[in-house]
Design a protein around this ligand. Structure first.
Ligand code: ADP
Ligand code: TRP
Length: 321
């Protein structure tokens, strides 16, 4: 089975990215043919700063490797190193119904957050469909916010297959229900663009500052609280053992949950969980030439696969004469 997913290098990766996409991908390494890539062409729709995009790309690569992605057991590359995806995007865009793309809420959401309403931002889902279909992916692990984009990819694949004959695998989304949406400090979805994140590789004082800033209500310690309505509780659930969570649950339901104390507990869990990865990330970043060489090898493997699909597509649509 082919499992594929990408991530934008548009800011520091956070624990929402980790639980929603990175960890599920790394777990798949053992059992699937795995494709992981850094979508710098997508990031161009919101990052128009050379330094920020290029260092963001190398950092995102270091993040994945530090968290345990093994480039010998998957194909790991940077999107723009496989230019075939741009040609496929154009071909697919001629089949993508305007209405379908207009219905995508991520365009309107991003524009409302101040991102420039460019044609690239509008056609973002078509580039994403090309990413997925070019590699004939069966399964795409993503957070819930990407569900609609997956529907677009499926729709375009089906349209193409109906029009030109069976060519593309119709991909399935893989969305874990337990970690579907990781809440941010303010209880909204954790997102780089909301400024409410806990970055994976933060530690020490800056990490403490973020954790202490998690918003909680003003219920007194002794009063019962609703665990499901508390973002601190939801965050603890991602890190604490089931046994400890059942104790914490009792404190919420029966009274006795002290938010300040629980925040310190979360802080310790975060420091421990990513301690090894933090060291590894520093090592990877200290040798950018080695990082680039890992990514170049990945791009070579990815291009070999991409060429096979693109050749078939060209022939199917009549671009071979
Ligand atoms: P962001 O919203 O921070 O910009 P991206 O849109 O780059 O994140 O998302 C990268 C991946 O991480 C996607 O698969 C997305 O669904 C997942 N993801 C992002 N934020 C969360 C979250 N808060 N909870 C779960 N998954 C998330
Ligand atoms: N749009 C995705 C996001 O913002 C990133 C992405 C681009 C992607 N291409 C993809 C995810 C292909 C999965 C498959 O998170």
């Amino acid at each position: 089975m082919k499992v594929l997913s990408g991530i934008q290098p548009s800011g520091q990766l956070h624990i929402g990215n980790y639980f929603g996409m990175m960890q599920p991908m790394i777990t798949q390494m053992k059992s699937s043919e795995l494709y992981v890539f850094i979508v710098d062409l997508h990031a161009l729709t919101s990052v128009q700063d050379r330094e920020k995009l290029s260092t963001g790309t190398l950092e995102a690569a270091a993040d994945f490797l530090a968290l345990g992605l093994d480039p010998d057991r998957c194909i790991f590359w940077v999107q723009s190193d496989v230019p075939e995806v741009c040609e496929l995007t154009w071909i697919l865009s001629t089949l993508a119904p305007m209405g379908l793309i207009e219905r995508c809420h991520s365009y309107k959401d991003k524009v409302s957050k101040g991102i420039m309403p460019s044609h690239g931002l509008f056609s973002y889902p078509v580039l994403m469909a090309a990413d997925i279909l070019l590699f004939q992916a069966d399964l795409v692990p993503v957070g819930k916010d990407q569900k609609q984009h997956l529907e677009v990819a499926r729709d375009i694949a089906q349209k193409f297959n109906n029009q030109f004959g069976d060519t593309f695998t119709v991909p399935e989304p893989a969305i874990s229900e337990t970690t579907a949406i990781v809440p941010g400090l303010d209880g909204q979805k954790m997102s780089k663009s909301y400024g409410n994140t806990i970055p994976i590789f933060l530690s020490g004082k800056p990490l403490k500052k973020r954790v202490m800033a998690i918003e909680t209500d003003a219920t007194p310690v002794e009063d019962p609280k609703d665990p499901d309505a508390c973002n601190l509780y939801q965050l603890l659930k991602l890190f604490a053992t089931p046994q400890r969570m059942s104790e914490i649950n009792d404190l919420y339901v029966n009274g006795g949950a002290a938010y300040g104390y629980l925040k310190l507990e979360l802080l310790e869990l975060l420091e421990d969980k990513f301690a090894d990865a933090r060291l590894k990330k520093t090592e990877f970043l200290s040798d950018p030439a080695e990082l680039r060489s890992i990514l170049a090898k990945g791009a070579e493997k990815a291009r070999a696969k991409a060429t096979v699909t693109l050749d078939l597509v060209r022939e199917r649509v009549g671009l071979k004469y």
